[in-house]
Design a protein around this ligand. Structure first.
Ligand code: FAD
Length: 413
């Protein structure tokens, strides 16, 4: 079998893989990305957080994203049983970007991958990684070239370092038995894109709308407006709840949407022109985010939950941390991947986890729908919702569990 060599090999050209490639090209590293699909391709995960803009900028891809014409986003709106509240991300505790975009991921991921290629990374589409041999820290992967010219050829690549950015493919966790179950119950989502048919000014297109089911606080909907009069619409619930709805995925989604009067009214004139899809049991974890000659980025490592739109931001953060470690390693420094990569990444992930747990238990909903919020605390929470989950000067990051617990109690009193 043919064997190639590579400096840095990245599996997957999603947000984590492309941003890592951009950063590594800035260091002058040779980068090969192997991507299973042909781009553009659909992906879920369309509402970005402002913190992600810093990471896009750092990878030299800001102009590409700005020029792509995505929907501007400045916050998140929440609705529950007729109550409404919103967070404007420009009013936040942490320094940094207060606005971002809501993106069709087919286009967004292609913009980033094209930017990585322009920066000098080699991107091979329809090349699927199927096996790995860790080979004492000089990993060898087996690849199937399903592109038209490849005709299914199987070949191998030996890399100096391997970044697994295969997202929900979770190729290394699966092949190396690194997977561990998530602590969250099994949830699923049913989603589609619709022409929303809403009148101009009837709702704030600059914000994601998160609506809570009128009877079940752990069932929620997202409505993510795009810049072309369409929006992404989805519902999240525990798998056994979704199982109660029958018919096609579109019929199931329509039935659940119709149970939330606010959403039903908002989308009364929507055109459901795209068959809905579903995904279940997406929350996942791993024993370790790194090993000899490799690190796991983005969703290939851990995926928490969609409720605070943190996935792409975490994917970008992992790419930045890994690229910094690789730079130090190239400079001859000793890198402790646990202390320098996994632990700092987990700090922000754990902040989001605390908020996600509180959301599903209902406590966070009490906090945000509280009629008389304290402005300073609201700015700290706005920061986390804007993605600044690694800013330990924010007390709700530094001590998130205790702080949020106290606040929940105050709001319940
Ligand atoms: P991905 O985006 O999954 O990219 C991985 C790439 O690797 C893919 O292109 C895939 O084709 C490729 N690949 C896989 N296997 C192989 C292989 N064997 N060989 C080669 N290539 C391979 N996040 C947000 O930020 N905002 C949101 O609003 C949001 N909403 C979500 C809603 C739901 C219901 C779910 C489940 C998730 C949501 N997310 C959201 C999370 C978001 O989808 C992910 O966190 C994000 O896409 C992770 O990026 P990534 O680069 O790690 O992986």
């Amino acid at each position: 079998m043919r064997i190639e060599t590579a400096d840095i090999l990245i599996i997957g050209a999603g947000p984590a893989g492309s941003v890592a490639a951009g950063l590594l090209r800035q260091q002058g590293r040779e980068v090969l990305i192997l991507e299973r699909e042909q781009f553009p391709r659909f992906s879920i995960g369309e509402s970005l957080l402002p913190q992600s803009m810093q990471f896009i900028e750092g990878a030299g891809m800001l102009q590409d994203v700005v020029e792509a014409g995505f929907q501007y986003k400045n916050g998140a709106a929440f609705s529950r049983a007729g109550q409404r509240t919103h967070f404007d991300f420009r009013e936040k505790f942490s320094e940094g970007w207060g606005t971002t975009y809501q993106v069709q991921r087919a286009d967004f991921d292609k913009v980033l991958a094209d930017a990585a290629a322009r920066a000098g990374a080699t991107v091979r589409y329809r090349h699927e990684v199927t096996a790995i041999d860790l080979n004492d820290g000089a990993p060898i992967v087996t690849v199937r070239d399903a592109s038209e010219s490849g005709g299914g050829e199987v070949y191998q690549v030996q890399a100096k370092f391997l970044l697994d950015a295969s997202g929900f493919g979770r190729i290394l966790p699966r092949l190396l038995q690194l997977e561990t179950p998530s602590r969250f119950p099994s949830r699923g989502a049913i989603f589609t894109h619709v022409a929303d048919g809403t009148a101009p000014g009837s709702w704030d297109r600059n914000k994601i709308l998160v609506s809570v089911h009128p009877e079940q606080c752990d069932v929620w909907y997202w409505t993510i407006p795009f810049s072309n009069g369409r929006c992404s619409l989805g519902v999240v619930a525990e798998t056994h709840v979704l199982d109660r709805y029958t018919g096609t995925e579109t019929e199931r989604l329509q039935a659940i949407v119709n149970e939330e009067p606010g959403l039903k009214a908002l989308l009364a004139n929507a055109t459901w022109d795209t068959p809905a899809r579903s995904i279940i049991g997406y929350s996942a974890n791993v024993k370790s985010l790194w090993g000899p000659g490799f690190a796991l980025l983005g969703n290939a490592g851990e995926f928490l939950d969609p409720v605070f739109s943190s996935g792409v931001t975490i994917a970008f953060k992992s790419a930045h941390l890994a690229a910094a470690c690789l730079q130090r390693q190239a400079n001859g420094e000793t890198v402790d991947w646990q202390a320098d990569y996994a632990d700092p990444l987990r700090k922000g992930v754990d902040t989001f986890r605390t908020f996600v747990e509180s959301w599903y238990a209902g406590g966070f909903q009490k906090i945000i729908f509280q009629p008389k919020p304290t402005p300073d605390i609201r700015r700290m929470i706005s920061s986390i919702l804007a993605g600044y989950a690694w800013d330990t000067s924010n007390p709700y990051v530094a001590d998130s569990k205790r702080r949020l617990g106290v606040l929940e109690e105050l709001c319940s009193a």
